[in-house]
Design a protein around this ligand. Structure first.
Ligand code: ATP
Length: 447
């Protein structure tokens, strides 16, 4: 199975190169949790900052918030998550005792061993905890299953304190938790994951138009960051599959090695959240200003994406195996190159002395110091230069700067780009501006 092989290779590369480790590995791992290693953190920070740049900074009407993970449990009654709205149907194989969502099996037959499965039973996906020293029903609370609810609870506070006028948005990045029955496909389905959500409040009459706007805007963001067009599509969620709060939903889907799956949801939540929280809390969450004849509940267009899922999509899209060595020194029959957009790559520029000679090392460190506050730079002096290039190719680094003996005489360096592998000489004094230019253009080839 080629696709399984690819996923296995990607998971192993990400571990070997410090992107993603299985959580608590020395204890045998834990419940489909993952830890980001140093390069993974760089990459998810890039994803989050690029999202912030496009969703928040590009729109003066969007502000960012950061709410608590554990909210008053009454929140989840009003939001519908404690009822049947956030339950999955669980079945268990009577033979191997593996558990599945009901929708994953056919004819009561276990996909793993062929055994007969039990009748489905409803299972709430929210993770429970207790707040305070006594564990009873009064102290029971939940880890949030989506980040957005605190945005609705604070609707009034944000509107009043920030003097927001419709239409406007509140964005949030943070952890969410779901007790998924059958977490699988690595970062795709985790029990603890990070979401980037934006709630756009609008008068009902404009909701349809804004839905179209955000759908197109979000799709374009993926294309601008290099996801291949043929691996992206929009899926209109049919009415009978809509989440309990949604009037309309379009999923952005990506073609993973294991099939087409949602990476982001664009939802029209109507006035479901604000009206329900008003009713349950007794606090009026209607919006009013002089432009409208009377107070009303704004409608909400939501964009909701998972950081880990996106990282996996970007990596699957960038991962390339190239037969035959790309570098002259390479003795290998196959090389891996991660063709990541330089905006997403954990390292933008690698700096190498050609050899581990003191004078070259000193000069390379001087260049590194010159660049370290302006770029994401990695210094590497171990192994042959070919191996060092290959290591950088594997982690998606776009530019490599090599300091050789000519550099000492001429005060210049070689810059190599990952895509064309072309090399150019650049004077050290002009290096920062030249690198900036190469990074923005994307490739030496593009002139
Ligand atoms: P799915 O049907 O894939 O479980 P969903 O429709 O329940 O997803 P939403 O509630 O719309 O997902 O969540 C919005 C986004 O949050 C998803 O598009 C995805 O990127 C991310 N997400 C949701 N659940 C998980 C999870 N278990 N692990 C990682 N990311 C997730």
């Amino acid at each position: 199975m080629a696709e399984e092989k690819t996923m296995k290779e990607i998971v192993s590369l990400l571990k070997r190169r410090g992107f993603v480790y299985p959580s608590s590995e020395i204890y045998g791992g834990f419940g489909a949790s993952y830890d980001y290693g140093p390069l993974g953190v760089e990459m998810i920070n890039n994803i989050k900052n690029l999202w912030r740049a496009d969703v928040i900074r590009a729109h003066t009407q969007v502000v960012e918030a950061d709410g608590a993970i554990i909210l008053n449990p009454r929140t989840w009654e009003a939001s519908g998550h404690l009822g049947s709205g956030f339950a999955d149907s669980l079945v268990e194989c009577q033979q191997c005792h593996h558990r599945f969502k009901e929708e994953e099996i056919k004819d009561q037959q276990c996909p793993d061993c062929g055994g007969k499965t039990t009748e489905p039973r409803s299972y709430n996906l929210m993770m429970k905890t207790f707040v305070g020293p006594v564990e009873n029903t009064q102290s029971q609370a939940y880890l949030r299953p989506e980040t957005c609810q605190s945005i609705f609870l604070n609707f009034r506070l944000v509107t009043d304190s920030m003097r927001m006028k419709l239409p406007f948005g509140v964005a949030q990045i943070g952890k969410s938790f779901r007790n998924e029955i059958n977490p699988k496909n690595f970062l795709y389905r985790q029990r603890e994951f990070e979401q980037m959500e934006m709630e756009w409040f609008t008068p009902e009459a404009e909701a349809k138009e804004w839905f179209e706007y955000w759908k197109e805007r979000r799709l374009q963001w993926y294309l601008d960051l290099g996801l291949k067009k043929e691996n992206l599509r929009l899926y209109e969620v049919p009415a009978d599959e809509l989440a309990h709060y949604a009037r309309r939903a379009v999923d952005v889907e990506y073609k993973f090695p294991f099939g087409w799956h949602e990476i982001e949801g664009i939802h029209n939540r109507g006035d479901f959240d604000l009206s329900n929280h008003s009713r349950h809390s007794g606090r009026e969450l209607k919006y009013s200003d002089a432009d409208y004849p009377e107070p009303f509940y704004p409608h909400v267009i939501e964009t909701s994406a998972g950081v880990g899922r996106l990282m996996l999509a970007f990596i699957c899209d960038a991962y390339q195996k190239i037969s035959g060595g790309r570098d002259q020194e390479s003795q290998r029959s196959e090389e891996v190159v991660m063709q990541l957009s330089p905006k997403l790559a954990p390292v933008e520029v690698a700096v190498f002395p050609l050899m581990k000679k003191p004078e070259l090392v000193a000069k390379a460190k001087e260049v590194f110091e010159q660049l370290k506050f302006s770029f994401r730079v990695q210094y590497d002096e171990t192994g042959s230069i070919g191996r060092r290039y290959r290591r950088q190719d594997e982690i998606g680094t776009y530019l490599s700067v090599t300091i050789d003996f000519d550099s000492l005489k001429q005060q210049d360096v070689t810059v190599r780009d990952r895509i064309s592998m072309k090399q150019v000489r650049v004077e050290i004094k002009n290096l920062p501006s030249a690198l900036k230019q190469f990074l923005t253009k994307g490739s030496f080839n593009e002139g």
